[in-house]
Ligand binder design. Sequence first.
Ligand code: FEO
Ligand code: CA
Ligand code: CA
Length: 570
Amino acid sequence: EKAQAQQATRFAFTPIPAATDSVVHVPEGYSWQRLVSWGDPLFSGIDAFDSAIGGAAADSDKVFGENTDGMELFVIGGKQVIAVNHEYTNRKTNLPQTADGVPRDGQDVLKLQNLQGIAVFEIVENDTGWTVVLDSPFNRRITQNTPMQFSGPATGHDLLKTAADADGVESLGTFNNCGSGKTPWGTYLTCEENFNGYFGATEEPELTEQIADGYKRYGISTEGWGYDYHKWDPRFDTSKNPNEPHRAGWIVEIDPSNPKSTPVKRTALGRFKHENAETVLAPDGRVVVYMGDDERGEFLYKFVSKDAYAPGADTSTLLDEGQLYVARFHDDMTGEWVSLTPDTTGMSEAEIAIFSRIAASKVGATTMDRPEWVAVNPISVEAYCALTNNSRRGVKPNAGGDWTPVAGPNPREANKYGQIVRWRPSGDDHASETFEWDLYVMAGNPTVHEGDYAGSANINEGNLFNSPDGMAIDSTGLIWIQTDGDDSDEGDFAGNGNNQMLAGDPVTGRIERFLTGPKGAEVTGLCWSADRRTMFVGVQHPDAPFPDGEGRLPRSSIIAIKRDDNLPVG
Ligand code: FEO
Ligand code: CA
Ligand code: CA
């Protein structure tokens, strides 16, 4: 009876069906409103968003940016402040005056650079719902040009030095900020993911062998991904600044309580395509940061600080000294965290930080199916990582050139659906160097497949999804799973509908659908109001007509979800 009651509270909602339309659906008894969308002002004196021009270029560093992603809520002096990432830009949407989203000049590039980075802003709930507090002293935009400091082992290394920063100690801007994290001392961690795409070359760069090897492993090309920054801003031209790409791919710590603070790039946490940074304290107070590298066949990492966190004590160097590890999973359901040190890799501390992928390959880390968000269970000593999919698993080498065998927590060839791996550290200590693992879920489609591609036993016709990505575990231990996958609703994905958010019970494995996003969007980013009566969810890159209707540009948005009876959500 007690178990039944608990089960009832675990899922305090009626699961909803898949959807293929252009609106957001939540369960009966819940409702949602829009909090903020791309182009909405954070300060007064700025024009409202003009869909005809994709927002004024001149105001692009004073508005809510594009592609809302990871976010965290902070309570600062009784005020509620959200810090949120603006992952990348949708050039055709953001530059509607151009024929195909190709920047025409440096001004177009600057607009794109301004619409990315981070927004920090105060919010308040009043009679009509949640709103952004214009001109709050906490409001701030951090862009791809905001000055930042380096700290940790790579600081001042030759590979970080450029013409503009001969000492290799400070850089400009933050790039492709994907997932997030929150430290026990109230700072925001933003994670630089696909930074490689912003760099290109106007002529063939002359590179040392070490730098060329790094470019290959991290995907730095002469063409870039179409942003064309290098054609207008020489900082991004690797034939002029070959070390500039080494200054991106980091985790950046931001103090949301001080809008004048300089963001710090924490090089001890390694350089790769960072998804998020899930932070938890070990029993002895040391800080453990779990981190995925979202690329086919790349790795899962963790950092353990040397010193313990003590409330009120200086935290300014806690993330600078410690040990970076990479995960090795064994087929017998055990695993180990292998330390990346000069002894284990033959590389210097600075090189391990700058070329973490190369260091991790040297110790035989397990190639994963694109590690996305890691989430730690606050009521049980365990952690989860969403492995979103891997079209190359077992059929082609990964991007770094390594073969990715079908094994361990990556059990399916050409994995279209993704899975969530869970591990329990030995001794109930997240700082432990060993663990036991299992798969919490293998997504799949039992309506079109039998066997492995049907998914695990907790997948059924009523909760189909693919490509788990964002993840957070609430204070009751419920796992919230957000998806960024194929929303064609056809073939292998028939019945999946649009991207969505589901809730999972870690104990029973039961998973139910809570939200469906609008067509085209991924659902990413999740945090709660201080009283937990509101859940904030990100809707990234929707197709039109979301949210403003036909004939308007689509706009990434944060929505606020409440229960109609105003009880806590989750
Ligand atoms: Fe930016 Fe791996 O998602
Ligand atoms: Ca993601
Ligand atoms: Ca993804």
